[in-house]
Design a protein around this ligand. Structure first.
Ligand code: PRP
Ligand code: URA
Length: 235
């Protein structure tokens, strides 16, 4: 894993300040979009707090995900439909693209209802991947994806982009099954993961609430929020 490229150095210099404009990072960081809405940033701070108990963590993660989805769906296509109000017939607009939501098991499921609350018609696929704790390599164990995948706007969700191995493997699976338009939504990204992901899937935008400083020797994001799955499920 390349760790000393100019993009990485620049990312570390800027560290994890909320609201940075990633366009200033250029290169492999340019498909990273930091969502800096104040409500996203303040909820993220509560998620980082080691004192936040599991039940609050789950609730905050769901709320924060909804705010992020609101931002990333901004450019989705609409089509006009006729609608009968109590007073007369008029023309309104509805989403013109099927949405497929794919959480990476386990921790991605903590973001599921945050998306579904805003896009209730989304179909849901599941990809099971865990990271081998010694090698940090992704291990795939499950994949079930809806048939709408090829024509859908796919939102892949996982709170953590660390080495990038899990997210890269998940997009590989989605593409092999015919998925074409993919957005990756996470909470916290490490520069190493952004770089690896952007090399493997340069056409897939990454949306995150924060770009953190670095990985530690066990592949955990610093400062991060710990093991997302453990914090969601209390394991
Ligand atoms: C976490 C996280 C990501 C992965 C990120 O999952 O939810 O899927 O690590 O790490 P990477 O970018 O280095 O691949 P974990 O492997 O802990 O599995 P879990 O969700 O089942 O706990
Ligand atoms: N997975 C997590 O849950 N947290 C990290 O910091 C890195 C990988």
């Amino acid at each position: 894993m390349k760790k000393n490229g100019p993009e990485l150095a620049e990312a570390r210099r800027i560290e994890y300040l909320p609201g940075i404009s990633t366009s200033t990072l250029g290169g492999l960081m340019s498909n990273l979009h930091i969502l800096d809405h104040p409500l996203i940033q303040s909820k993220l701070t509560h998620l980082r707090n080691v004192e936040t108990p599991n039940h609050n963590f789950r609730l905050l993660l769901e709320e924060l995900t909804a705010f992020m989805v609101y931002e990333i769906t901004r450019n989705y296509a609409l089509r006009e439909v006729e609608v009968e109000t109590p007073l007369e017939r008029t023309v309104g607009k509805i989403l013109d693209v099927p949405v497929v939501l794919v959480p990476i098991l386990r921790a991605g499921t903590g973001m599921l209802h945050g998306v579904l609350n805003l896009v209730p018609t989304a179909k849901v696929g599941h990809i099971g991947i865990y990271r081998d704790p010694k090698t940090l390599q992704p291990v795939e164990y499950y994949a079930k994806l809806p048939p709408e995948l090829p024509e859908a706007q796919v939102i892949l969700v996982d709170p953590m982009l660390a080495t990038g191995g899990s997210a890269v493997a998940a997009v590989d699976i989605i593409k092999k099954r015919g998925g074409r338009k993919v957005q990756f939504l996470c909470l916290v990204a490490a520069p190493e993961g952004v770089e690896t992901f952007s090399r493997a899937h340069p056409s897939v935008p990454i949306y995150a609430a924060a770009l953190d400083r670095q990985l530690n020797e066990h592949g955990y994001i610093l400062p991060g929020l710990g093991d997302a799955g453990d914090r969601i499920f209390g394991t």
